[in-house]
Design a protein around this ligand. Structure first.
Ligand code: LLP
Length: 437
């Protein structure tokens, strides 16, 4: 049995308990594969994150990164805590608006925003982080057509190295994102924007990567951003009022992973910003953060039923469960570790070496390799932890698998927040051309 994170318990039958509900009952009632989100845990994480920064700095805007989990119920929980939103597509923007998050508390990020998306953002006074010179031009045109001024910032690339998976490291110079700081490309962006009538320059933004477990890179990021804020003020007379450090604070996935406390990050970045603001006599900017994973990852688990067990001599036993890379792609895509246990044997000793596979026809379809589980039997319930971020959000219908359901638990209450996909849902958008009918 593992050390459960504090929001999970085990009951007298040795079953995992989420909120106040037995996971085994959830699986029986709602079927598997089943995503389960714990509302109280999301609230706790948001409050802690917000407090960490708000205790140290007067103006703080936490913008939940919807890409981690854009389920409307999840967004609604965070909206009720007062979050803003980091959106990266038109539909995320619409989901955030629908949840009641005001447009002027949203940040629009990404390297490919269509004129149509920009129009929606400008109309709703969303702060747009410009990613290229050409985008700046398009923003100017759209804003002028609407007779409005677009609120913009620049996504800059500060060349900060943060140790994480190469696919989710974004702050290095070779990354596709943003304006280069070192070669003064970013400064050129500000210079151009300063002369544009329909553009109001208010922000600076970077995102150095995801699943970062060390505070130092955030301090380096703040340092580099504040240097540019100073130059922009001194050379162009523009006061940057939103300093946006992006997301990226990681969580412990492995039992022995360390934890990065948001308080540590807050202390170091606020110290940096404060020093520069005071030394250079700058206006105190609003400090923006865009956490995704930190807020929702460990509030979510995936329940999957064990179907078949196959022994291999001298090798781990294969355990096939009914959720695979279709439901959770992170292990296949990034080699990511998600802790796995048996939810119906949570107190039993782990004694069997297993590989946990999904049901798809791909060798890459696994959830975990070389794991220790209690003696596994058909019908056991596997629980995959820390899937509340980039889990359902990145799921697919590969091999025509139906999208899993998701339920939300709040103490002893539970409701479906994402219906299980049906065969009808799955095939609804296909059409047979007339000549094949
Ligand atoms: N802001 C921006 C501009 C981002 O690109 C991201 C994530 C975030 C905020 C939120 O980052 P977080 O706090 O969640 O680390 N699919 C990958 C993660 C990709 C993250 C992309 N950008 C995964 O499953 O690990």
């Amino acid at each position: 049995m593992l050390m459960l994170k504090p929001h999970f318990k085990a009951n007298a039958q040795g079953h995992l308990v989420i909120g106040k509900i037995d996971a085994v009952e959830l699986a029986e009632r709602f079927g598997t594969p089943l995503y389960v989100m714990d509302e109280q845990r999301v609230r706790e994480k948001y409050c802690r994150f917000h407090k960490a920064f708000a205790d140290l700095w007067p103006n703080v805007l936490i913008c939940y990164a919807l890409k981690a989990n854009s389920n409307q119920a999840v967004v609604k929980i965070l909206q009720s805590e007062g979050t803003g939103a980091d959106v990266s597509s038109e539909n995320e923007l619409k989901i955030a608006l629908r949840a009641g998050i005001p447009g002027n508390q949203m940040i629009f990020n990404g390297n490919y925003k269509t004129p149509h998306e920009l129009e929606l953002a400008i109309t709703n006074e969303v702060l747009i982080n410009i990613d290229s010179f050409q985008e700046l031009e398009v923003v100017g045109k759209v804003a002028s057509r609407l007779g409005k001024r677009a609120r913009v910032g620049f996504r800059v690339n500060p060349d900060v190295k943060a140790s994480t998976h190469p696919y989710i490291a974004t702050g290095l110079r070779e990354s596709k994102f943003g304006f280069d700081v070192a070669s003064r490309q970013a400064f050129e962006g500000y210079k151009l924007a300063a002369r544009m009538k329909n553009v109001e320059v208010v922000g600076i933004h970077a995102h150095i990567g995801s699943q970062i477990l060390d505070a130092a890179p955030f301090e380096e990021e703040a340092e580099k951003l504040m240097a540019l804020v100073t130059t922009v003020k001194e050379k162009l007379g523009i006061s940057i009022s939103f300093v946006d450090l992006g997301g990226g604070i990681g969580i412990p996935y492995k039992p022995d992973d360390s934890e990065l406390q948001p308080e540590q990050v807050a202390k170091r970045v606020v110290r940096t910003i404060k020093r520069v603001v005071e030394k250079k006599g700058l206006v105190k900017p609003t400090l923006v953060l865009e956490p995704g994973r930190y807020l929702v990852a460990d509030a979510g688990v995936l329940l999957a039923r064990v179907g078949y067990i196959k022994k291999r001599q001298g090798m781990p036993t294969w355990v096939a469960v009914d959720a695979g890379m279709n439901a959770l792609i992170r292990p296949a895509l990034y080699g990511a570790y998600h802790h796995i246990e048996l939810a119906n044997k949570i107190r039993k000793k782990n004694e069997m070496l297993v590989n946990v596979a999904g049901p798809l026809c791909e060798s890459g379809d696994f959830l975990g390799k070389k794991r220790k589980l209690p003696k596994v039997e058909q019908g056991d319930l596997a629980v995959i932890f820390d899937v509340g971020a980039y889990g359902l959000a990145m799921s697919s219908q590969h091999t025509a698998q139906l999208g899993p359901a998701m339920v939300l638990v709040n103490g002893s209450k539970v409701e479906i927040v994402r219906r299980r996909e049906s065969f009808e849902d799955l095939t609804r958008l296909d059409q047979i051309p007339r000549w094949l009918r």
